[in-house]
Design a protein around this ligand. Structure first.
Ligand code: NAP
Length: 280
């Protein structure tokens, strides 16, 4: 019988996950389908009840349900618990188990471009929303030398830094002071939505103060190179966008659902093909 997988979110119509996962199923000879389900905030419990009742094998969870979904699951993986958000649900032996593959997906994309070990890196994270949580906790768990978090809403940066403080040396920094301290960091990560299509002229921070060889990373992948990444590249930084993170978080979910190694090249090509069709 065909196995059903999917993603819940709101809005969800433009999700690239169905195309990416269906390409993976086809490549691996899995008789599965992956659907995007539009679920409003007040419908999260009903959606999860539906997963149980309909025998949906696995689910991704995206904005704005990654936190709300947690209370309806049977088990939460310790990493997802530490991050405080779930983006992947596995339905196995009549139980729903929540995981978070965003942080690990980011790390897997990042490691190949780093010029030195994480333990020697001082990291600045811009933003303190859902994506920042996964990235910050993963950076902290993997022992970065220092983690500094800066966000428009200062309290959220301080709270996230506090959550990471048991794992590494971490602190919040007012956004007004971040600019002047840019030279201190080896890795600067934009986890805000500033610069994303259609607001492609916006930048989260000016990069005038960065040193050559710094890694500048942006979780955004539409456009594929934000104005911020273009500016960083022109100043001699190593740059990276969010596309491989997106593919990796999906690949890790696929592996949890199927027990098979994910065809990352096929998934990445499918996403790039789909993005080529968008105006980015
Ligand atoms: P979110 O929870 O809504 O957080 C948004 C963050 O951006 C917050 O820190 C928010 O600051 C900040 N922000 C938004 N507009 C701002 C503005 N005009 N000025 C200053 N700060 C602003 O969203 P999210 O889930 O973390 O997603 C953030 C970005 O990451 C999006 O672009 C998303 O597409 C991307 N993302 C990529 C991947 C991937 O796989 N590559 C995965 C997840 C997310 P406040 O706290 O002050 O509101």
């Amino acid at each position: 019988m065909k196995q059903v997988y999917g993603v819940i979110g709101h809005p969800i119509a433009h999700s690239l996950s169905p195309a990416m996962h269906e390409a993976a199923f086809k490549e691996c000879g899995i008789d599965g389908t992956y659907l995007a389900f539009e679920v409003k905030e007040e419908q999260v419990k009903q959606a999860i009840d539906g997963v149980r009742a309909l025998g949906i094998k696995g689910l991704n969870v995206t904005i704005p349900h990654k936190v709300a979904v947690m209370e309806y699951l049977d088990e939460i993986d310790p990493v997802a618990r530490q991050i405080g958000a779930v983006n992947t649900i596995v339905h196995k032996d009549n139980k729903l188990i929540g995981y978070n593959t965003d942080g690990q997906g980011y790390l897997q994309a990042l490691l190949p471009v780093l010029p030195k070990a994480l333990k020697d890196m001082r990291v600045l994270i811009l933003g303190a929303g859902g994506a920042a949580k996964g990235v910050a906790v993963t950076m902290a768990m993997n022992g970065v030398k220092e983690l500094v978090i800066s966000n428009r809403t200062e309290k959220k940066a301080n709270d996230l830094a506090e959550e990471c403080s048991g794992l590494t040396n971490s602190s919040g920094l007012p956004i007004s002071l971040a600019q002047a301290r840019l030279t201190e960091f080896d890795l600067i990560i934009n986890t805000t939505s500033i610069g994303m299509t259609p607001n492609v002229d916006q930048m989260p921070l000016s990069l005038e103060m960065i040193a050559k060889g710094v890694v500048v990373s942006d979780l955004i992948y539409t456009p594929s190179k934000t104005r911020w990444l273009k500016d960083a590249e022109a100043r001699g930084a190593i740059i990276q966008n969010g596309l491989e993170m997106f593919v990796n978080q999906g690949a890790l979910a696929f592996e949890k659902w199927t027990g098979q190694s994910a065809p990352r090249d096929v998934m990445s090509s499918k996403v790039k093909e789909k993005l080529g069709g968008l105006s980015c």
